[in-house]
Design a protein around this ligand. Structure first.
Ligand SMILES: C[S@@+](CC[C@H](N)C(=O)[O-])C[C@H]1O[C@@H](n2cnc3c(N)ncnc32)[C@H](O)[C@@H]1O
Length: 205
């Protein structure tokens, strides 16, 4: 894992204090998710990893899922709680550094139906996260990853500063690595150029 690619809580707190937002959730995105991932109202347990201020998390709750969002940033989680307080459906949030903190008790083995990583997996220790994801998911569970595709050369200068990076995403090797670990791995595009894609990963090998 290239640690220069990882960001700490201070970085994210600062970004969220400055009002950083990321790609807005679109109706197409929600529709495509619902096509590829079945959410059964009142029964489906979803965990949103790197949830930020929770726009996607709240959308999942509106679909009828019970959702828990986790993020390294206290500022983001505080905003997510405030923004979710008046909404129908059930979303809860907690601060968690997925790369280094102990795994929360909520994530018992084989307890989760859907794990989502929306624009967040590229900031995580991917081998560690996927090994855990395989444990947490129920046998029919799904790991859904939304990511930009990073076409920059491997030796490109790391981004500096607190503001969001323009092109952070997973590169072709990382996408191949992820897909190799699951018997069922499909992907769909969220734009015509295929610069933003979703991976739907099920049945770990
Ligand atoms: C590009 S933002 C995406 C936020 C949100 N999912 C969205 O779609 O708007 C990446 C998120 O990953 C979170 N993150 C980064 N490293 C993390 C870590 N080690 N543990 C938990 N969350 C992390 C950041 O705080 C940030 O909210």
């Amino acid at each position: 894992m290239n640690v220069a690619r990882l960001r700490d809580a201070r970085h994210w707190d600062l970004a969220y204090r400055h009002g950083s937002t990321f790609r807005r959730v679109t109706s197409v995105e929600r529709m495509m998710f619902a096509t590829y991932v079945r959410v059964i109202k009142g029964e489906t347990r979803v965990v949103d990893i790197g949830c930020g201020t929770g726009e996607w998390t709240r959308g999942l709750a509106r679909m009828g899922a019970t959702v828990r969002g986790y993020d390294i940033s206290r500022v983001a989680i505080s905003k997510a709680r405030t923004l979710s307080s008046s909404q129908a459906g059930f979303a809860s949030y907690d601060v968690w550094d997925v790369n280094s903190d102990d795994v929360p008790l909520y994530l018992a083995p084989q307890s989760i139906d859907v794990l989502t990583c929306r624009l967040s997996l590229s900031y995580l220790d991917i081998p560690r996260f996927t090994a855990n994801a395989r444990r947490w998911l129920k046998p029919q569970g799904v790991l859904h990853v939304m990511t930009q595709v990073d076409n920059r050369p491997a030796d490109a200068e790391p981004h500096r500063g607190w503001h969001p990076e323009p092109h952070r995403g997973l590169n072709a090797d990382q996408i191949a690595y992820l897909c190799e670990q699951w018997r069922d791995a499909v992907h769909y595009k969220l734009d015509l150029a295929g610069q933003t894609i979703c991976l739907v990963l099920q049945h770990p090998k």
